[in-house]
Write a protein that binds this ligand. Structure first.
Ligand code: ZN
Length: 182
């Protein structure tokens, strides 16, 4: 097990476009180790998703696992663990939905971000097998957030109103949520 340091906003590696993996690379022992490090780092950080550029690897890989037990995002249901190589995202329903997003690379802060409510993602799994999933609701936002990391984007770039950027410790979460959603 190896827990990697998570780069924070301001590090130029978070602003670069990542490169695709080859099939051989996905199947290599090095990538298996990288995946273990990603899951370990995500678990220790208490997050629900992590992209390889966040640990300084400029390759198109992200892992996502929603957990009921997350303190960071209450009222969330467990999801399967997703391993996503070389994703292509397309919008299924462009109706926007908003969530208070946080990011392990932007610690301590939350911002209100609106994104399409349903997307399709074509990607390769950990065995380099092509998969397609349609994600809706909160999972759609999580996928878009993580996959943005692979093209050098952070959630703050997607915010329409910078006044909703807040320190978690200052947020009276329910009140703010109602205010913004009204
Ligand atoms: Zn993030």
């Amino acid at each position: 097990m190896s827990v990697k340091e998570i780069l924070r906003m301001g590090n130029p590696l978070l602003r670069k476009e990542a490169e695709d993996f080859t099939i051989e690379e996905i199947k290599s022992p090095e990538t298996k180790l990288l995946l273990e490090d990603m899951w370990d780092s995500l678990e220790v950080a208490g997050g629900i998703g992590l992209a390889a550029p966040q640990i300084g690897i400029l390759k198109k890989l992200a892992v996502i696992k929603l957990s009921e037990e997350s303190d960071r995002y209450p009222d969330m249901e467990d999801s399967e663990p997703y391993v996503i190589f070389n994703p292509k995202v397309s919008v299924v329903d462009e109706t926007e939905q908003g969530f208070w997003e946080g990011c392990l690379s932007v610690p301590g802060l939350r911002g209100f971000v609106e994104r399409p409510r349903s997307i399709r993602v074509d990607f390769l799994d950990e065995n380099a097998v092509p998969r397609t999933i349609e994600a809706e609701d909160f999972l759609a936002t999580v996928f878009q957030h993580e996959l943005d990391h692979l093209v050098g984007k952070l959630y703050v770039d997607r915010m329409k109103d910078i006044k909703t950027l807040m320190f978690e410790e200052e947020m009276v979460f329910d009140e703010i949520k109602e205010e913004v959603l009204d």
